[in-house]
Every structure is written in C-alpha cells, then in structure tokens.
Design a protein around this ligand. Structure first.
Ligand code: ADP
Ligand code: ADP
Length: 229
C-alpha cells in the first residue's frame, strides 16, 4: 500500500475577493521506502504541497490518504494527531531550541507524545547515534556546525519513527560541505528503509532521490522520473 496517496488534490487560497489556485489537480502515490523529491521554481506550489503532505493544512478539493487514514476530511485535532504520529519534519531553518542540548531537542517530540523520561532519553540517544552525533548529545545548537544542527533536526524527525520524513529545503541554509553531509545522511536513511519526501528548488539536490516530481504552476509536469543509480 502507498504511504501517501493524493488524488485530484486542489488548494485554493482566498485573499479578499481574489481566488488563487495554488494546487491544480495533483495525483501522487508514494510507497514505503521511496525517496521522493518534489522540485520546482519559487511560486510553483511546493510549500503549499508540503503543508498538505505534512497535515499542516487541508485540501480544498480531492483526497489525501496518509498511512491508510483519510486525512482530507479530518478536523483540526485529528489532523494534529495524524501529524504528530506520522510525520517527521526537517526545515530549512533547523528550528532547534537554543536553550536545550542536542539530546534535549531530540527528546521533545517524545515528550509531547507522553513517553516516559528514561525511554525518551534512550530513544533520543539512539536517534543521535543514527545520524552520527552521539558524541555531541550534550552540546547546544550554538556549539554545532550548520550541518550538525541539521543532523540533530533529522534525529528529532526520526525519533518518533514516523511514516515519512518530510524535508523542506533542508540544505537551503548550508554551505556545500554541509549540504553534502546532510544529503549523504538522507541517502543513508533511504538505504535503511526510511520513506523520505524532499522539497527543493535545486535540481542537483533533487537528483539524490529515487523518484523526482516536477511541479509547475500547481501541477506535476510529466510522470515521476526514476533516477538511475
Ligand atoms: P513555492 O513554495 O513553490 O514557492 P507556494 O506554495 O509558497 O510556492 O505558493 C504557490 C502560490 O500560491 C504562489 O503564487 C503564492 O503567492 C500563493 N500563495 C501561497 N500561500 C498563499 C496564501 N496563504 N494566500 C494566498 N496565496 C498564497
Ligand atoms: P522556509 O522554507 O521559508 O524557511 P520553514 O522551513 O521555516 O520555511 O517552514 C516551512 C513551513 O512549515 C511553513 O509553512 C511553516 O509555517 C511551517 N513550520 C515551520 N516551523 C514549524 C514547526 N516547528 N512546526 C510545524 N510547522 C512549522
């Protein structure tokens, strides 16, 4: 079964009397273990799509089935619950809390999920090990490089064992060395079986994925392109 199934997905924004259709009928199926990149220029609808896929916003028309659950008809509470259970987010601006250690940041989603302290600690350490940062667990974000901070954010995304990791321009704020570091990390997660959706305007970054969808003016152009490795 697909982990993500979008059918006839449309999103219309209203600004005063003006309507703008940001997503214009997108169909997409993403299967467990796939590494998908969604690539397109600024204004093409990528953030809108990311907000839909991440259960941060709902469609105007069409359906979205996430891990077998129809999230397109959910109210806000149910949507928030689906988001917390199913999605691990990685953002361009890391969004780490400066006052917490790396470990503390990775523990946060487990705290929100009501996991007991000792289990939280153990799972967060394991997630930091997966991203190769166990030795930095006591460092604060300000004591880490950009690439290392993004690895902490990836550990935080993974710690709840989400159905998908949704990464929005994860290398947008990084120099070329750290970009390679983070993309290598995503390659590793993919080979370990994680399902990854990467949103980017950079086609070089998109080529790291196994399937690439090109979005233009709120539509997918052409079928998903499988990247030969
Ligand atoms: P991208 O992430 O590819 O830059 P977006 O999804 O942010 O694209 O935006 C797609 C289009 O939708 C743009 O034309 C943008 O101006 C419009 N848009 C995005 N968000 C809103 C909003 N909240 N209200 C009205 N228009 C919006
Ligand atoms: P940008 O790509 O412009 O830097 P971000 O990556 O910061 O934007 O955020 C992408 C989207 O995710 C935005 O729509 C934002 O509102 C939302 N978002 C940002 N931070 C969080 C968060 N901590 N939890 C949930 N949603 C967030």
């Amino acid at each position: 079964h697909p982990v993500i199934e979008l059918t006839g997905a449309r999103k219309t924004y209203h600004t005063g009397d003006i309507e703008f259709e940001a997503l214009r009928g997108i169909d997409c199926r993403i299967f467990p273990g796939e590494y998908v990149a969604i690539v397109g220029p600024s204004g093409s609808g990528k953030s809108t799509l990311m907000n839909i896929l991440g259960c941060l916003d709902v469609l105007t028309e069409g359906s979205y089935i996430l891990a077998g659950e129809d999230v397109s008809t959910m109210d806000e509470n149910a949507l928030a619950s689906a988001r917390n259970r199913r999605i691990g987010f990685v953002f361009q601006q890391f969004h780490l809390l400066a006052s917490l250690t790396a470990l503390g940041n990775v523990e946060l989603p487990l705290m929100y999920a009501g996991v007991a302290p000792s289990e939280r600690h153990e799972r967060a350490l394991h997630a930091l090990e997966r991203v190769g940062l166990a030795d930095k667990s006591r460092n604060h974000p300000g004591q880490l490089s950009g690439g290392q901070q993004q690895r902490v954010a990836i550990a935080r995304a993974l710690v709840t064992e989400p159905a998908i990791v949704l990464a929005d321009e994860p290398t947008g704020n990084l120099d070329s060395h750290s970009t390679e570091d983070v993309l290598g990390m995503l390659d590793d997660l993919h080979s370990e079986g994680s399902t990854i959706v990467l949103i980017t305007h950079e086609s070089d970054v998109a080529r790291r994925a196994s399937t690439v969808y090109n979005v233009t003016d709120g539509q997918f152009v052409g079928a998903g392109t499988e990247i030969a490795k």
